[in-house]
Design a protein around this ligand. Structure first.
Ligand SMILES: Cc1cc2nc3c(=O)[nH]c(=O)nc-3n(C[C@H](O)[C@H](O)[C@H](O)COP(=O)(O)O)c2cc1C
Length: 157
């Protein structure tokens, strides 16, 4: 069983989650940061897990482009989807629906919110302003949903 985890990240949270997920999955797991490397042929993978983090409602464009370029193939594979973000509830549901094609969400064996973290040392000035204004948070916060990482792995294993 060969699994690809293809992810987008800006400050490393989605990467950290992807690595935690890789440890939970059976078989061979390959991790690819879509911002660093493209992926050619998907035929060697039995399962493909795709995820990324959300900034102002949008996942990394490399993630969206990877999905658009491979949608036909992905619809024939076992797929898992995840998002990292600090929204919860209906807002997070909307972010998932806005950032992945509906047919892929319907086909996916598992779709999970992995939570996220705010790391003020890594943010630029404007990002700090946005986070303080919108989330009313002004110090580092970590809210990774480890249980959802495990759940996605269980759903696919
Ligand atoms: C400027 C800024 C905007 C953000 N916008 C959103 C958002 O619209 N929705 C959300 O759920 N999380 C939002 N977040 C939270 C990030 O998704 C969260 O910090 C995530 O863990 C980042 O993952 P990364 O380190 O993999 O990029 C935002 C964070 C920053 C700094």
């Amino acid at each position: 069983m060969n699994t690809l985890i293809a992810y987008g990240t800006k400050y490393g949270c989605a990467q950290k989650c992807a690595m935690e997920l890789a440890k939970e999955l059976n078989g061979n797991v390959e991790l690819v940061n879509l911002k660093e490397k493209g992926i050619g042929d998907l035929s060697r993978y039995d399962r493909v897990i795709i995820g990324g983090s959300v900034y102002i409602g949008k996942i990394q464009k490399e993630v969206t482009e990877f999905i658009s370029a491979n949608l036909d193939v992905l619809l024939k594979k076992e797929v898992g989807l995840f998002i990292c973000g600090m929204q919860e509830g209906d807002m997070m549901e909307k972010e998932i629906a806005d950032n992945f094609p509906a047919e892929l969400i319907n086909k996916a064996k598992s779709v999970m919110n992995f939570g996220g973290e705010f790391n003020f040392k890594k943010m630029n000035f404007m990002e700090k302003v946005i986070v303080k204004k919108i989330s009313k948070v002004s110090s580092d916060k970590s809210d990774i949903h480890h249980e959802n990482i495990k759940k996605l792995a269980m759903d696919l294993n």
